[in-house]
Write a protein that binds this ligand. Structure first.
Ligand code: FAD
Ligand code: SF4
Ligand code: SF4
Ligand code: SF4
Length: 374
């Protein structure tokens, strides 16, 4: 039976841990609480004697491949990028939500719809708490959901905020503890592909409190980034800008640095490996292949969000929100747009898979360990 000891050896020591928080959340909720998250977000033993060697932390870890087949079956995954019932483009119907959103505010609009219709009691989202830092948050009111929208760089924090190392990663799964504490029965979760993957593994095992998750909303993801002092300096050089002039950052086909004077600096993503989290170099899921619906800016016109409808549940909630909180792009005058969109998401997904294999091969060449596919 493999336990957290093996996660340390096979996942943490080679630097492959996504810091998704799944192992800690699960161990705390189900067992005696042998694990905790360290100050750097990395899971560690809190009290090794409390480990009952159930092996479930190992099973649900998205980096190892124990539950791959069951998880794929659960969501009807098929090659090459999971099930896609429809690839479309949408935005929030409310211009105020759009203004707040990262792209078209579609994620926020859908969450508002689910809450207004009382299909959920709350949603695990991620709140901006600093220029480059987000914190997971269980939002239970429309105001809280809107407050967590977008990915904005807030210059009002001043230069003292630059003295630490920040990361865009937000360990959303850890908020499941709040769901259990508040006895919420039905929630939606917004997460990166790796987080959705871990949660689906919990669903395969029927583990509480993950049973409260009714809707899985995934975000396209090329990677999460560290914004430490050295990374920020190199980025300034690469993009030829000054941080005090930055208004907002966003990721689509490249890293977009929006400056206060409306100019946008574009930095190619393949130049950003120096600031990518190590685990992200090995990740092969771009489009949140295990979600009910996946969202990204890639391929969408400015102010809109690309949406991959993946499961019948995803299709139903999208249809229910359409023409209420959500506006779908009118493809009538551009019949080749939807196939082009699909081709683009496919291209970026395959590119990420290729890079993951290349990194894995060079890692193994250096004596590293095998990591999962999927
Ligand atoms: C780290 C990261 C990398 C991304 N990379 C790409 C990319 O390469 N290409 C691409 O097309 N799109 C990428 N996206 C997705 C894109 O930035 C938008 O989130 C997506 O298009 C939805 O836009 P929206 O306006 O509909 O969402 P909004 O209505 O603004 O809602 C966004 C939701 O995401 C939540 N959220 C924000 N940051 C995080 C986070 N770090 N972890 C978990 N939840 C979070 C917010 O709380 C909010 O609920 C990335 C997102 C993140 C967080
Ligand atoms: S009790 Fe189970 S879940 Fe917790 S650390 Fe031990 S093996 Fe992992
Ligand atoms: S990837 Fe997630 S489940 Fe695996 S060791 Fe890291 S925090 Fe735990
Ligand atoms: S690149 Fe992969 S591992 Fe990194 S945050 Fe995105 S989904 Fe998670």
């Amino acid at each position: 039976m493999k336990t957290f000891y093996h996660l340390m050896k096979e996942v943490q020591e080679p630097g492959l841990c996504h810091h998704c928080g799944g192992c800690v959340t699960f161990c705390t909720a189900i067992n005696y609480g042998a694990l905790e998250s360290g100050p750097d977000g990395r899971p560690r033993y809190k009290d090794k004697d409390k480990c009952i060697e159930c092996g479930l932390c190992y099973s649900i870890c998205p980096v190892v491949n124990e539950l791959d087949e069951e998880t794929k079956r659960l969501v009807g995954w098929s090659a090459p990028i999971g099930r896609v019932l429809k690839m479309t483009v949408a935005r929030a119907a409310d211009p105020k939500v759009r203004a707040q959103g990262t792209d078209g505010g579609a994620v926020t609009a859908l969450l508002l719809h689910l809450l207004n219709k009382r299909r959920i009691d709350g949603a695990i989202v991620s709140k901006q708490v600093g220029p480059f830092q987000r914190q997971p948050w269980l939002a239970t009111t429309p105001e809280e959901i809107v407050a967590a929208a977008g990915f904005h760089f807030d210059t009002s924090h001043g230069p003292e905020m630059f003295s630490n190392v920040y990361s865009t990663y937000s360990p959303s799964i850890t908020q499941l503890e709040q769901v259990a504490k508040k006895h919420l029965q039905r929630i939606a979760i917004v997460g990166t592909p790796c987080q959705i993957n871990t949660l689906r593994r919990m669903e395969v095992l029927g583990i509480v409190p993950s049973d409260a998750i009714k809707y899985y909303l995934g975000l396209f993801c090329t990677g999460n980034f560290h914004f430490g002092p050295e990374q920020r300096r190199r980025l300034e050089e690469l993009g030829n800008f000054k941080w005090q002039d930055v208004h907002k950052i966003n990721v689509k086909e490249d890293l977009m640095i929006h400056l206060s004077d409306q100019e946008v600096r574009h930095i190619p993503l393949d130049k950003l490996d120096f600031m990518k989290r190590h685990a992200c170099l090995y990740c092969d899921d771009y489009s949140a292949e295990y979600a009910d619906l996946s969202f990204g800016g890639l391929g969408a016109p400015a102010g809109w969000t690309t949406v991959a409808v993946r499961t019948p549940i995803g299709r139903a909630i999208f249809a229910d929100a359409r023409d209420v909180e959500l506006e779908e792009y009118d493809f009538k005058s551009e019949p080749d747009y939807a196939p082009r969109l699909m081709a683009k998401v496919l291209e970026w997904s395959l590119m990420k898979k290729r890079h993951a294999v290349e990194h894995e091969e060079s890692h193994r060449g250096e004596g590293g360990l095998k990591v999962s596919g999927g």
